[in-house]
Design a protein around this ligand. Structure first.
Ligand SMILES: Cc1cc2nc3c(=O)[nH]c(=O)nc-3n(C[C@H](O)[C@H](O)[C@H](O)COP(=O)(O)OP(=O)(O)OC[C@H]3O[C@@H](n4cnc5c(N)ncnc54)[C@H](O)[C@@H]3O)c2cc1C
Ligand SMILES: *[C@@H]1O[C@H](CO)[C@@H](O)[C@H](O)[C@H]1NC(C)=O
Ligand SMILES: *[C@@H]1O[C@H](CO)[C@@H](O)[C@H](O)[C@H]1NC(C)=O
Length: 534
């Protein structure tokens, strides 16, 4: 009864504000299994994201009860004469409003403010196929819950993000990367099959063999072609423990040389390679006490001055080796042998040993600490760049030692290389045109603490300077988790893949009603799909 009332209310608001001309009784007959809500708290949650930089209010929020709910809603939007926009929202961890939509409907794939997530509630519905080594999960499932479920069978996904409180559909719409990507490829390279609700409201199953065009379009597709309701994810036997090592460098080319050597071992037997390769830049001593660096202290204090970084910039290589109790005897020798080939500063080896799940969930522990200090729910003007290998030294000179200067940085600056051959060129994601490219991630928080260099304005301006520097120097970077606002910028981002991206859009979301928060296409208000998307 309450649901019915809420629903009618929601429909009234939709009709009034977006001129939705679908017959209300027809929409009522959609009879969603979940809940269509206009609760101010739901609206507020869906208006915001982790970035806390942009804000856009939807008309209503759908808490879906099933994939069919999503299909019914998108179909109603597609068929309505005025049209209205629909955006899937995973865990709302975008930076620039990518999951928001003004006056449309946001679908809370991971539960939003209600806490009771469809995915979590239906945890038992995650189907783990032990023999086939894959798991079927709801599109709004958080990776942490996928891990918990698969571990019950001694299995785990192969490719990760650093942080696990992200939704499967959200990371698959971007790429999904971490230190395993050099070896296994990004998360989009570790998916066998998807169920997708297209912009026409059709629920389709797709894979390499079946509806392959949709499959490749959706992976890294920024939510433009459909809403992922189910994903079949590749699994491997879960390791039990992790040897986690950090070593320091003061010479950038030595640092990247070692990183590139380590990722070149991707095809080799597991005894000859590490399982995870990342790294970060330490531009000021303050960073040592930063959210990712609790590693060094208090038992492992590091003084930058003591390791002789005259320019004030240090580089930390972060590597791990997985092992099981059964191979526990040989792990020391294996790691030692692998480390012999590296050229870090002697005496700067920091080692930790921990259960596999604790390693994967490491950023969440940092989150809890930051939350306790009120430092989590602050603006995050993050910038993620894919940089071609041949120009990475220019970023060191121009950005780490240049634009960033000696400014205090409130957040990590990650840097690690990946192998392009692990990225399927048929997917929608774009990467630089070189066999090896780096992620450079400036994951900084804006703080209102009186320090000019930590303010949102300063950091935003600095991001602009970094992008202009790359442009002026002819460094062909690609933004990861891209944020652009004009057609020219988006066409430039996609380069020679733009035509394909555009064709796929016209085929799968001809009215351009999905994920408008990405600001790539404008929705068409007329009932025909021939209206110009600009
Ligand atoms: C603390 C933190 C750490 C992070 N670490 C990493 C990392 O290590 N590696 C990495 O690759 N990324 C990382 N990210 C970025 C993350 O992958 C993106 O924010 C991504 O969007 C996932 O977040 P989400 O599930 O909250 O998606 P949302 O922000 O909710 O959505 C992102 C986009 O995907 C669309 N979308 C959401 N769900 C679906 C769906 N089911 N089907 C189709 N489209 C959908 C939305 O409309 C939107 O356009 C991190 C982000 C944060 C905040
Ligand atoms: C860094 O190492 C390279 C080669 O190993 C060397 O040529 C270069 O001079 C070093 N740079 C600095 C600043 O010491
Ligand atoms: C921040 O870095 C810039 C660029 O090097 C420098 O000009 C400026 O003085 C720095 N500001 C502070 C407060 O350190």
């Amino acid at each position: 009864m309450a649901t019915k009332l809420l629903l009618s209310f929601a429909i009234c608001r939709l009709i009034v504000t977006v001129g939705l001309t679908v017959d209300p009784s027809e929409l009522l007959r959609l009879g969603v299994d979940g809940q269509l809500s206009v609760d101010p708290f739901d609206i507020e949650t869906a208006s915001l994201d982790f970035g806390l930089i942009s804000r856009s209010e939807p008309m209503a929020v759908l808490h879906p009860g099933s994939a069919d709910d999503i299909a019914r809603l998108v179909q109603a939007a597609y068929l309505s004469s005025q049209g209205f926009t629909v955006s899937a929202r995973g865990h709302g961890h975008s930076i620039n409003g990518q999951a928001q939509t003004n006056n449309g409907v946001v679908i809370e794939m991971s539960g939003g403010s209600r806490g009771s997530r469809l995915g979590l509630g239906n945890l038992a519905k995650q189907q783990v196929a032990v023999k086939e080594m894959h798991v079927d999960v709801w599109g709004g499932e958080l990776w942490i819950d996928v891990l918990r479920r698969t571990l019950e069978h001694g299995l785990a996904p192969k490719s990760w993000t650093d942080y696990l409180y992200l939704s499967v559909g959200g990371t698959l719409s971007n790429g999904g990367i971490s230190g395993q990507a050099f070896n296994h490829g990004p998360q989009i390279s570790n998916v066998y099959e998807l169920d997708v609700v297209t912009g026409k409201g059709e629920l389709m199953t797709c894979s390499e063999e079946k509806n392959s065009k949709l499959f490749h379009a959706v992976l890294g597709g920024l939510g433009q072609f459909g809403i992922i309701t189910r994903a079949r994810i590749a699994l491997e036997p879960a390791p039990q423990r992790v040897r986690w090592i950090r070593v320091l460098y003061s010479n950038f080319s030595t640092f990247t040389g070692d990183q590139e050597y380590l990722i070149s071992m991707h095809g080799k037997p597991s005894t000859l390679k590490f399982d995870y390769v990342e790294g970060f830049v330490i531009v000021d001593e303050g960073l040592i006490n930063n959210w990712r660096s609790s590693f060094f202290s208090p038992r492992n204090p590091v003084k930058i001055s003591s390791v002789g970084a005259n320019g004030g910039v240090l580089y930390c290589l972060e590597i791990t080796k997985n092992y099981d109790e059964s191979t526990g005897d040989t792990i020391d020798q294996e790691v030692e042998a692998l480390m012999k080939n590296l050229n870090f500063i002697p005496s700067t080896v920091f080692t930790t040993d921990l259960p596999y799940t604790d390693f994967l969930d490491r950023v969440h522990r940092a989150e809890l600490k930051l939350r306790a200090k009120g430092l989590w729910e602050v603006p995050h003007p993050w910038l993620n760049l894919f940089v071609p290998r041949s120009r990475i030294a220019d970023l060191d000179r121009g950005v780490f030692k240049g634009i960033l200067g000696n400014n205090k940085t409130s957040g990590p600056i990650l840097i690690y290389p990946m192998n392009k051959n692990k990225w399927d060129q048929r997917s929608s994601v774009v990467t630089p045109d070189e066999d090896v490219f780096y992620l450079v991630a400036l994951l900084r928080s804006a703080l209102d603490n009186g320090e000019e260099t930590q303010s949102l304005e300063y950091l935003t301006d600095q991001n602009g300077k970094i992008l202009r520097f790359c442009d002026d120097a002819g460094i062909k970077v690609k933004q990861y988790l891209p944020h652009y606002t004009t057609r020219e910028e988006w066409m430039d981002h996609f380069g020679d893949k733009w035509d394909r991206f555009y064709q796929r859009k016209m085929e799968f979301d001809p009215r351009r009603i999905l994920a408008t928060g990405q600001r790539i296409f404008n929705p068409s208000s007329g009932s025909t799909s021939t209206v110009s998307p600009w």
